[in-house]
Every structure is written in C-alpha cells, then in structure tokens.
Design a protein around this ligand. Sequence first.
Ligand SMILES: N[C@@H](CCC(=O)N[C@@H](CS)C(=O)NCC(=O)O)C(=O)O
Length: 232
Amino acid sequence: MPILLWELAGADPDRRFSPYCWRIRMSLRHKGLDFVTRPWRFTEKDRIAFTGQGKVPVIEDGEKRVHDSWAIAEYLDEAYPDLPSIFGGAAAKSIARFVTDWAESVVQSGMAPMLMADIWAIADAKDQAYFRASREKFWGGRKLEEVQADRDERLPTFRKSLDPLRRMLRHQPFIAGASPAWPDFAVFGPFQWARCVSPYKLLADDDPVHAWRARMLDRFEGEAARAVGFAA
Ligand SMILES: N[C@@H](CCC(=O)N[C@@H](CS)C(=O)NCC(=O)O)C(=O)O
C-alpha cells in the first residue's frame, strides 16, 4: 500500500504550497517510495485530528501515522534503511539540523512578509478568513496587504541573507554535496512555497542560488517545476 501524504492546498486543490510538505515530497522521491497525496486546507483540523495537532505534513504508512517534517524524515530513514538515506548518517544529520533551522529562521522568515497577501489570494475561500485573522495577529495587527507592501525595500536584505548558501555553491552543486539530500530539501521548501503562491521575483536570474533552485526544480523528472505555481 502506498504511503499517504497530507498536503496543504489552495483554492486549486493541485496548488500544494506548504514549504514543510515540499520537504517530504522530495524526501519520498529521494527514497524512491511509492506515495499518494491528499489535499488539506488550514481549517480542516478535524481531518487530521488523529495526529493530536493541526498542521501538515502528516503521513500515514499502514498503521503508522507521523506528523512534523523532521519527524517524518527520521521515520522514513528508520523504517526504510535500505533505501537512499535522507539525512546521510549521524554526522550529516546533526549538520542538517542547523541547516533546517537556518532555512526556517532566515530564509522562510525573510520571505514570509513578502508573500502574505499573495498567500491569502490563492488560499481556499473557506481558509481566507482564518488565514487573515491568524497571520494579521502574528504581524501585530497589520493588514496582510500592508505587511507585503514594502517588499521591494525588503528584497535586498533578503537576498543578502542568502550569502552563506551563495558562497557554498562556489564549491559544490548542492548543500549536501554532489547530489541533494535533506539540507537541500529543507532550504528548497521555502523557495517552492514562494513559487507556488506568488509571481514575485525573489531571486535575480544571475544569482547562483537561482541556478541551485533550477537544479532542484529539475530533480525527480521536474516534479517541482511542474507544480501549480508561478514562473517566478
Ligand atoms: N514544524 C512543522 C510545521 C508544519 C506547519 O507549520 N505546517 C503549516 C503548513 S505550511 C500548517 O499546517 N499550518 C496550519 C495552520 O497554520 O493552522 C513541520 O516541520 O512539519
């Protein structure tokens, strides 16, 4: 029986825009596991209540149910040790933790204010009020449109924050080395999030990070490139 992956979707059920779900989609492909996906909306908490929390990704593998992207990756490596490793061993996994935290606290957090109103626009109608209320509360009561309005001014600082990745890419094509693994999936997640929700151009065409993202988009027969999104 294939693994079932619950993924965040927009008004278009094929627009799968969660950065955390993309990590898992790439990880499942990396391991070569057979899986099917199920679209899920922010407000459908009851449908994943069996996990005791309200966020995706969630996977169901037979009787086993796992939530949280890092925990899912750990589970997959433990349950399928003979398939290609997502983390690549204990030392690599420790470093992957740092890269994951950088992806969330610098890359994803840096992008977030530039995408807020665009996410609202592609969200399912039944999610829009929830998304607006929860995110405007997070942004100190500012309207999503206001949060996003100064993105041109934010962009240079965001691009500069990618310097560690840009510098590393002088030496190797992927964060994990010659071929991608979890660190690449973790950092690619936010970039694919942005691409799925917004036409806003976060990366200049001549940026080595743009070239890395193109390599990630091409991976697995261009699965991420074919995803519903924008050609940003
Ligand atoms: N730490 C979790 C975070 C998962 C997460 O925040 N998922 C978002 C989708 S991108 C979600 O389900 N949000 C539900 C909500 O905001 O109510 C992971 O790594 O999987």
